[in-house]
Design a protein around this ligand. Structure first.
Ligand SMILES: Cc1cc2nc3c(=O)[nH]c(=O)nc-3n(C[C@H](O)[C@H](O)[C@H](O)COP(=O)(O)OP(=O)(O)OC[C@H]3O[C@@H](n4cnc5c(N)ncnc54)[C@H](O)[C@@H]3O)c2cc1C
Length: 514
């Protein structure tokens, strides 16, 4: 009798297993890390009824986009530029939601300013026709040329989103699509972004404005495919947005959505090992507890999981492979609470008052602390009263730096004063004697907080040989239930691509495995 009941139950189970939705419901999806990609994958899998758990080694959720608060100041620890708003909208649309259900977004005006010296700044207006006038005022005919440049960039943006960015990158056949083949020329995958800009504009300041957005991609404009002019479309035409309360509000919104869908969160849970049965992970473990797994999605640093957690025989890539990757930069950051209001700053300020070539060479060629750095100052308290107490200013200083080099307090401080001297000169105010909060963050912190390979901040550089299918794969060929998401795999670094990455891996699992 017992046997018959068992057989009936098993038959029922097999029938249910063949239904992908029911199958999703029966599975335990364990997601490692709680950055944008992990949260995006978690929500997408939970929507199909999966039993989803998110494990995060740190005490706060959000990965590189965590916030910390002190004495009334709220600091975003990582991202501050909200570009490609349509990607965020697309994500929330999957759940019949809008970003506005979770956070308030405003468009910044000016979007940002570039500081070439104390008396020469360029502000990028939120209205694109003003940007066209600005270009015309620097170079005759440049207004019309910018319009053409951005029209072309918009075509690339739409093609990339439609045909490339949401591909899982597991097979080259994905690239044999009508849209891609027909528009290969327009996508300019094989030419350099710098050459493209130089074809349109002579003025060095205009060239800087157009080259700066691809610095987000973690490689020099010289080595970045011209396809990435799509970043200029986003920065100059779509505009720069800001979630009130800071970027952490986007994380809060995604966590809230996940919780509504039933996702469980485990903070202070560092995953340190996996147990295997027949080339499948059946458990992931912290130092003290094991968690049953049907599917494991690694949203933590890919290199760390591949090289330090998996046994050697299961690694997808060799040490040599990783050593040969071109990493995007790390950075030196200072979070500062200032006891007065500062003049001349906007929300986003790019200090381009030194040679961009020298700094990019120091990052990519010489691999040393820069001789004369460019840096970025974010002052969100210019927009948002909530991130600093009254009459005070919230500052975030960021200097790009090559990954994997020496990092110590003396070096950090040396560069702190270099940046502060230029900032004081530009603001025309003493600032150093008004610092209430000062916290630095650099290569060693990226390593210890996020297990980041070489202490990188933004993953792999988006060079041609590290684009699309040439990135580390979302699948592990030997372990059938292990998948990867995040800035080291497709489509790449940045918040919007990381959100897409989570959607890609969730869709791939639901389509191929369930
Ligand atoms: C300083 C800085 C500024 C940036 N500025 C911008 C910007 O303005 N705009 C933009 O679009 N992008 C920006 N980026 C890039 C963007 O923030 C990242 O690409 C994106 O957040 C990466 O998300 P992710 O999903 O790959 O995961 P991550 O944010 O890298 O999160 C991975 C998580 O995994 C956890 N983890 C690691 N190992 C384990 C383990 N063994 N067990 C459990 N958990 C583990 C880590 O603690 C971490 O929380 C910036 C990044 C940095 C660092």
């Amino acid at each position: 009798m017992y046997n018959i009941i068992n057989k009936i139950l098993y038959k029922l189970y097999r029938i249910l297993k063949n239904n992908s939705y029911i199958c999703a419901m029966l599975n335990d999806y364990n997601i490692i890390g709680s950055g944008f990609s992990a949260l995006s994958a978690a929500a997408s899998l939970a929507k199909e009824g999966g039993n989803v758990k998110v494990f995060e080694k740190n005490s706060a959720l959000g990965g590189r986009a965590r916030q910390f608060t002190k004495d009334g100041f709220v600091f975003d620890m990582g991202p501050s530029w909200y570009w490609m708003p349509d990607i965020f909208e697309n994500f929330f649309k999957r759940f019949d939601k809008n970003p506005s259900d979770y956070y308030d977004l405003i468009k910044l005006d000016p979007g940002f300013q570039m500081i070439f010296d104390t008396n020469h700044t360029i502000k990028i207006n939120s209205n694109f026709s003003e940007v066209l006038h600005l270009f015309e005022s620097y170079e005759k005919g440049a207004g019309d040329k910018l319009k053409k440049f951005i029209d072309d960039a918009e075509i690339k943006y739409n093609l990339a989103i439609k045909s490339l960015m949401y591909q899982p990158g597991v097979s080259f056949f994905e690239l044999f699509q009508k849209d891609i083949l027909k528009n290969l020329g327009k996508m300019s995958v094989f030419s350099s972004y710098r050459k493209l800009v130089a074809r349109y504009f002579k003025d060095p300041f205009l060239r800087n404005i157009l080259e700066f957005p691809v610095l987000f991609l973690g490689s020099s404009p010289k080595n970045t495919p011209a396809l990435y002019s799509l970043m200029a479309f986003s920065g100059l035409k779509q505009g720069t947005y800001y979630p009130m309360g800071g970027f952490g509000k986007v994380i809060d919104g995604m966590v809230e959505l996940c919780k509504e869908l039933g996702v469980k969160f485990y903070t202070n849970h560092e995953i340190t090992a996996c147990n295997f049965v027949n080339h499948r992970i059946n458990e992931i473990t912290t130092k003290s507890t094991a968690f049953k797994s049907d599917y494991v999605i690694c949203g933590a640093d890919y290199h760390h999981f591949d090289q330090n957690i998996l046994p050697k025989e299961y690694s997808s890539y060799s040490k040599k492979y990783w050593d040969n990757r071109s990493m995007s930069p790390s950075c030196l950051i200072y979070y500062l609470g200032i006891d007065k209001k500062l003049a001349n700053l906007e929300h986003h300020n790019l200090f381009f008052d030194s040679d961009i070539e020298q700094h990019t060479d120091d990052i990519y060629k010489n691999k040393q602390w820069p001789q004369d750095p460019l840096f970025y100052v974010c002052c969100p308290s210019k927009t948002d009263q909530e991130v600093a107490p009254k009459d005070k200013e919230n500052l975030f200083l960021l200097m790009p730096l090559t990954s994997g080099i020496a990092d110590n307090n003396e070096l950090r401080e040396e560069y702190f004063y270099k940046m502060m001297n230029r900032l004081e000169k530009y603001c025309g105010q003493k600032i150093l004697d008004k610092i209430l909060i000062k916290k630095s963050y650099c290569i060693n912190d990226f390593k210890s907080d996020y297990n980041a390979f070489k202490g990188n901040a933004y993953g792999l550089a988006n060079t041609l040989l590290q684009t699309a299918n040439l990135k580390p794969k979302i699948i592990n060929k030997q372990i059938s239930n292990l998948f990867y998401t995040g800035q080291l795999t497709v489509p790449g670094p940045g918040v919007p691509p990381s959100i897409i990455s989570g959607q890609i891996v969730a869709d791939y699992i639901l389509k191929h495995k369930s």
